[in-house]
Design a protein around this ligand. Structure first.
Ligand code: ATP
Length: 492
């Protein structure tokens, strides 16, 4: 927290009139500011809320209750020889009022000369454009390891729980990404059930995180059993992913390798992009979180950025995890003129996070094409690698058909060479469809599946590549200039 404290102190010392602390943790914000006011003495701290009015200033207790304007007028008149920080709780809710908004702007200019600071605290609030320019925004990160450790050991001491050093470490690690309030809630539950904090609380913490994701509007917790052995072909991609998995280990850190950032998978429909995202999470034993980009932009104007921050916090709280951004091209291909630049800003937030992130969140983004993809996403260095998933080759079709037949008729050994020849241009999903259709023929005639059933099914299916040939050629052309790596070549 030292870095945050330093930033905050600097803002106050440099006479920043209006600070918005972006956080859901109002109590923690108050504690931090209280500590800061001691460090910055003789600065005084006053708090205000709508019901109880002003607190913390002798002779003015209760002032401005139910009167937001009155508290601003009070601060305006406070003598400059008594520098004051005012933490105005829920105050963002009153800024819709034209009078309050105007007064805040007046004070933001006056307080450059007088040493008072107003602090607002909100997480899901987008200030109006006018106010935006007067505000300095400071994000409060979730509690860090050392804070969590202190919090947990305080709770343990207060409840006479005898936490071993190891259990404290494990609990601290598990709680990373949870807000102070959530940690207290988990602890309170544990204390109510067992009377003390213990190792058994680890699973509760994980459940709490899962529920936090479930409460999120845009993230979905995806249970999956898929593994790389369910993917036919894509050998270059599978080999690369294997290497990246190794890069999550402590040995890799000691060796000096950075944490893997993520991969962008581009390819036509049904070529196994989603399957790969699922297989990565399952085989790396990490939870898979699917981000619904459409929902990120749905709802209130201005809410998207808050939802993005929230998503990032949830993902980090689940780390190590895989964050799957499905159809990233559709989500961010928005027109800046039609959405007021929202998609641009959200994308910028996401890219900054990806570039700076220190947590083990592996991003798997999938896209069908590049036409609508913002250039920033395709630039080298954003992702660790960009892969093009082409339609499967002859050899890959063989493997995919074999896989899907084996999954459904495990002990069946039938020739498939002819159907492999006849399915040129089919995607993995279409090959799977061919197997299912073929099985329907066989089943309706009450006999075992034969290659002729598959051939018949294949002739009845018009692969998407026939209709979307131009789009695919364009994609391959783009990738061939070295901008994306083929997912299917095993030697590179
Ligand atoms: P979309 O762009 O439409 O989301 P996608 O590339 O994500 O498509 P998937 O959803 O992964 O495609 O594929 C659908 C199904 O097709 C998979 O669940 C799987 O059963 C089958 N499939 C696709 N590619 C392969 C493959 N290489 N090996 C085995 N099965 C495959």
């Amino acid at each position: 927290m030292k870095k945050w404290n330093d930033q905050f102190d600097l803002l106050v010392k440099s006479r920043t009139p209006l600070i918005l602390i972006r956080s859901r943790e109002e109590e923690r914000v108050e504690t931090l500011i209280r500590e800061a006011s001691k460090r910055l003495s003789p600065i005084r701290l006053a708090t205000w809320d709508y019901v109880e009015g002003l607190k913390g200033i002798l002779n003015s207790e209760g002032l401005g209750a139910r009167q937001p304007m009155a508290v601003l007028q009070w601060l305006q008149k406070v003598d400059p020889s008594l520098p004051t920080i005012l933490l105005a709780k829920d105050f963002h809710q009153f800024t819709e009022d034209a009078g309050i908004a105007r007064m805040l702007r007046i004070l933001s200019s006056e307080f450059r000369k007088t040493p008072h600071t107003i602090i607002l605290c909100a997480f899901n609030w987008t200030p109006s454009n006018d106010l935006y320019d007067s505000l300095t925004i400071l994000d409060l990160p979730l509690p860090q390891e050392n804070e969590l450790k202190v919090l947990l050991s305080n709770i343990a001491n207060a409840s006479n729980s005898n936490l071993s050093k190891n259990t404290l470490e494990e609990l601290t690690h598990a709680c990373s990404g949870l807000s102070e309030i959530r940690v207290r809630q988990v602890a309170a539950k544990a204390l109510a059930q067992r009377g003390q904090l213990s190792k058994e609380d680890l699973s509760e913490v994980l459940e709490e995180k899962r529920q936090a994701v479930a409460r999120s509007e845009v993230l979905e917790y995806f249970a999956t059993e898929a593994s790389p052995s369910d993917i036919g072909g894509l050998d270059a991609l599978k080999l690369w992913l294997n290497q990246r998995h190794e890069a999550f280990t402590d040995e890799a850190r000691e060796f000096g390798l950075p944490l893997p950032r993520g991969v962008l998978l581009i390819g036509p429909q049904g070529t196994g992009k989603s399957l790969t995202a699922k297989a990565i999470a399952h085989s790396w034993s990490m939870p898979l979180l699917r981000l619904d980009v459409g929902r990120l932009f749905a709802g209130l104007v201005g809410a998207s950025e808050a939802k993005t921050r929230e998503t990032i916090q949830y993902a980090e709280s689940m780390a190590p995890c895989v964050l799957w951004i499905d159809e990233i091209d559709k989500g961010f291909g928005g027109d800046a003129r039609s959405d007021g630049g929202t998609s641009q800003r959200v994308l910028a937030n996401l890219l900054t996070w990806m570039a700076e992130k220190k947590s083990a969140v592996f991003v798997v983004a999938t896209a069908n094409g590049i036409e609508r993809m913002p250039g920033e996403l395709l630039r080298k260095g954003r992702f660790d690698e960009i892969f093009l998933l082409d339609l499967p080759s002859h050899q890959e079709r063989f493997k995919i058909l074999e896989l899907h037949i084996n999954q459904r008729r495990p002990n069946l050994n039938i020739p498939i060479e002819t159907v492999v020849d006849r399915t040129e241009g089919f995607s993995g999903a279409e090959l799977e469809q061919t197997v299912i259709e073929g099985m329907h023929h066989a089943f309706s005639e009450k006999r075992e599946l034969q290659e002729t059933d598959l051939i018949l099914a294949a002739t009845q299916l018009i692969p998407l590549s026939k209709t979307a040939k131009e789009q695919l050629d364009f994609l391959k052309d783009w990738a061939s200039s070295g901008r994306a790596r083929p997912a299917s070549i095993s030697i590179y």
